[in-house]
Each structure stands twice: as C-alpha cells, then as structure tokens.
Design a binder for this molecule. Structure first.
Ligand code: BG6
Length: 510
C-alpha cells in the first residue's frame, strides 16, 4: 500500500496516443492499479489526446475494456472504476501537429491549477509512433509547456533512434525544447522488480561484492528468451530486429546493473553515471571483428508447446525474403579493472524453446580440486548465481554438497529463493513503477541521452556489418535455442550456454 511521503503532488498526466495500444494494454491498467493502491493524489487528472474520434464516454469504455483484459488484478470493480473515471478528465481528438490544440491544452492545464488552487505538475506521456515525437515535443515547446523545469516533464517511449546518428538527432530535437532533467526515456526493463533487485542483491549484501570481479567470476551470461513470435508487429519489427529491439536497450541495461561499480547513493545521476561508465568501458567492436563476436538468427517454421508455428518470413507484414534478425547473441568485453578478461555473453530471441530470462554469474572453479575423480558422478560444475528475471522471479545459487551416504560423493545442489514464496506479494508491473516515478519526478529508472547514445555506439558496427550481406536465414527452427553459430560463439572460448531452467520444471524433475 502507498507510503504517503512517496505519493506524487498534484499532477496532470497528458497521454498523447491515448487511444492506442500502449495506453489500452499497459498505461491505463498500470495507473488504475496505482489508484487502487492509493498511490495517486486526490488532485490527479488524465487528459487523453489522440487522432482517433471518440467522445469522453467512449474513451472511458475503451479504457475499461483494456483494464478488464490486461490488469494483473483482473476485471475492475464497477464502483471503483466509476471513482477512477472522475480522474479521466478529458479526451481531445485532434491532429498532433495542430498548434491550436496545444494552446487549448495549455488553457485546460491552467484550469486545473485554478480549480485545485495548487500548482500542479504536468507530465506529457508520448505513447505515439517515433516519427511523431519531435512534432509533439516542438508543439509543446511552442505552446510554452516546456519552460518550467520543475513542473513539466516529457516521457518518451523507445525506440530512441535506430542507430547512433538518429539517436543523436532525436536527442538534439528533444533537448532543443526540454532540459535533459525533464526528459524521461522509458526502458520498461528498468521497472521490473527483478532488474531492480540486482542492485539490492549486489550492494545490500556484503557476501557478493568481494567476489564480484575478474578474480572470481569466469563469465556472465544474460539470456532474454521469448516464445512469442513477432505477433502483429511485423511492420515495426522489419525495421528493428533483435539487436535494436532488445539488445541495445533492455539487455544493455541489465548488463550495466551487473557490471557497475557500487554507487555512493541512489541519487538518479549517481546511478546513471555508474551505468554509463560500464558502457564506456565496453571494448568497441571493430567491423572486422563483428563476425567473431556477434551472431544473428531468424526463426524458420517449428514447434512450440506441441503446436506448429510459422516462420518469421511468413508472418504478417514481413517480407518473404526478409533479412531481419529475430535472434542476436554477442560476446562483450569490459575493459576496466573489475572485468578485464571476463566475457559477457548476451543473447535474445523470439520463438525460442522457452520464455525465460536469466542472468548467470558463473564463478571460477576452486583453485585446487582435493576430491578424487571417483567423488564426482557428473562433470564438475563451477558455482553459479542465477538471477531469474522472469517469469518466475527469484535467484538461485548452485553449490556442491556431499550426498548423504558412506562414501564421499559430490552433488550439485540449488539454493533457490522465489519471490512468490519469500514475499507472497504480487509484484507491481514495470509500468506501475515507472509511471509512479515519472509522476513523482524521480528519474533514476529512466535513461539519459548519453546512456542511450553510448549503447548505440556499441551496437552500431554490428548493425552496419549485418546490413551489408544476407544472414543466410532462416537459420533456427522456432522452438529451439537459436542458431548453431550461437553455440560456437562460446565453444571457441571453451564454454557453453547455461540452459535456463525454470523453477517449475526443476520442481517437476525432482
Ligand atoms: C519490447 C520489445 O521492448 O520488449 C518486444 O519491443 C519484446 O519485442 C518486449 O517482446 C519484451 O518485454 P517483456 O517485458 O515481455 O520481457
């Protein structure tokens, strides 16, 4: 339940693209949950803006439909929903480049200040296609809605450009209107409980930090595997691909949390500076090395959960000879004292064997193996800490133990904590956390321009090389762990991917 000191002050949330998919599926269900948990102040209003024609009542009905379908709490209670609709103050159906609309909006916002007799904050949430972002930002500026740094914020969804150059241009456009401190760039992975827990696990426990470096860690593996295909997003995905869609943002953010130095405080810029240091320390990939440290794949037809699924190239809005990758794997090296020589392997893909995201910190083997070979029934497995990001949130420490009996026999055992068992609380969705932070003006979990650009500069050479010749697609069947070349990426280093095992399956095996 809400802590009064963390509740935002009076605030108006203006959602551009309020009639779209993101608002329907994610934003409004998240805000409704914040409302249910009493995180929102009494002086709170939402104004929806969209090109789509709807009156206020239709807007309410549309949002209720989204909440009923997608809220983690299931269907809305009619009385509570009706209370909530008193905050859904207006719906403006207009062209997002129309200056008159922005002036009218300015008038509406000023009215809230009068009615509430308070100086409210304004949060402009851009749930719109990237091509419209500069337009809306410029119009907000022209209407005088970007001047007051302490009360006006803009929230921008990914993608932030499609390479370094376009990201720099976009950032320059946003910053010609808003100050960097007013710009909240969303990476929804930063709102995930398990991603935030990386910092707690690392820096609130004395146990890990002394061994969290090149002296004890052999390698780090980050896997974000999805079972879903490209669904209805072929048009977008054809121009994105796995590297842009997942690696440049979500996987890089996870990597930063794993590799960053301890922050002095949780101040937004302190944490973001430390993350930026990681990105800056990543050894730049030379074009001639791309094929040795990056692998791409695209799914062909296959089977998932006993069902036949089609190839990427057969998906709607996808070219029959598409060269877009639906899988990417990288080996990255971080050139600093802590991590020099420790490879970070990252992989992500659609239509993989399982929907599971994990980070595995693989430790080195013991310096001296005192146990005779006869004590081992299976090959020696070094210790490993696995952070289970989703779907079953938790973490697991893989250790060795003596199997009870008269002989010395070593066996690998798991010490596992699942959030569900430990806390018995349903965690908030990432958007709940991020929206509340945006309403409160806490930018810690949002990306700064320099981070975004640095992350692009890491993947840019790969994109350039990949674009220059066909990928030999499709090269992995749907329902597998990706192309063979992804295994070779580790095999040449004498390693292999750790197969993520969900606790549920583990439990079944036992
Ligand atoms: C989005 C990508 O950013 O993240 C999608 O555009 C992907 O392609 C999604 O499916 C994954 O998010 P989550 O929270 O389901 O892991």
């Amino acid at each position: 339940m809400a802590e009064p000191t963390l509740r935002p002050g009076p605030v108006v949330l203006v959602i551009f693209g309020a009639g779209g998919d993101l608002s329907w599926r994610k934003l409004i269900p998240a805000i409704y949950n914040l409302f249910l948990d009493k995180w929102l102040p009494d002086e709170f209003a939402i104004i929806g803006v969209d090109r789509r024609e709807m009156n206020l009542e239709e807007f309410h009905d549309h949002l209720l439909d989204g909440v009923n379908r997608f809220s983690r709490r299931g269907k809305a209670d009619p009385t509570t929903w009706s209370d909530f609709t008193s905050h859904l103050a207006a719906y403006i159906s207009a062209d997002l480049s129309d200056p008159a609309m922005f002036n009218a909006l300015k008038g509406m916002l000023a009215d809230f200040d009068k009615v509430w007799d308070r100086r409210a904050n304004y949060v402009f949430y851009l749930a719109i296609p990237p091509t419209l972002v500069p337009t809306v930002s410029e119009q907000l500026g022209a209407a005088g809605l970007a001047r007051e740094r302490d009360r006006e914020r803009i929230v921008v969804e990914k993608p932030f450009g499609r390479d370094l150059k376009s990201a720099q241009e976009l950032n320059a456009k946003l910053r010609s209107v808003f100050d960097e401190s007013q710009i909240y760039r969303i990476d929804h992975y930063l709102g995930k409980e398990t991603v935030q827990n990386i910092l707690v696990l690392r820096f609130a426990n004395a146990l890990f930090e002394p061994i969290w470096d090149r002296r004890y860690v052999d390698n780090v593996q980050i896997t974000v595997a999805e079972q879903i295909g490209v669904e209805h997003r072929g048009r977008y995905y054809e121009h994105a691909g796995a590297l842009r869609d997942m690696v440049q943002n979500h996987l890089m953010q996870i990597l930063c949390y794993i590799a960053m130095e301890p922050p002095v405080s949780l101040d937004a810029d302190e944490v973001r500076n430390k993350k930026l240091d990681v990105l800056r320390a990543i050894r730049p990939i030379r074009k001639e090395d791309v094929l040795n440290c990056a692998v791409r794949g695209q799914y062909g037809p296959g089977h998932i959960d006993g069902k036949d699924v089609i190839a990427y190239r057969q998906e709607p809005d996808v070219a029959p000879n598409s060269n877009t990758e639906t899988f990417a794997a990288l080996r990255l090296c971080i050139n600093n004292w802590r991590w020099r020589g420790v490879p970070f392997y990252l992989r992500t893909g659609k239509r993989m064997a399982e929907a599971i995201s994990t980070v595995s910190i693989q430790f080195q083997t013991v310096p001296h193996q005192a146990f005779p070979a006869s004590a081992l029934e299976q090959p020696w497995q070094p210790n490993r800490l696995t952070l289970e990001i989703q779907p079953d949130e938790g973490f697991c420490l893989h250790l060795h133990a003596k199997r009870p009996g008269l002989r010395i026999l070593l066996e690998s055992v798991d010490m596992r904590l699942t959030y569900k068992e430990a806390f018995n609380i349903e965690p908030p969705m990432a958007y709940e956390t991020l929206l509340l932070d945006a309403l409160r003006g806490d930018a810690s979990l949002f990306m700064r321009a320099d981070q975004v650009e640095e992350a692009w500069s890491i993947v840019d050479p790969i994109l350039e090389v990949w674009q220059s010749f066909p990928g030999g697609f499709p090269n992995y069947p749907a329902g597998s762990w990706g192309p063979e070349a992804a295994d070779s990426l580790l095999r040449v280093d004498g390693r292999s991917w750790i197969l993520p095992v969900s606790p549920r399956e583990d439990a079944v095996e036992r």
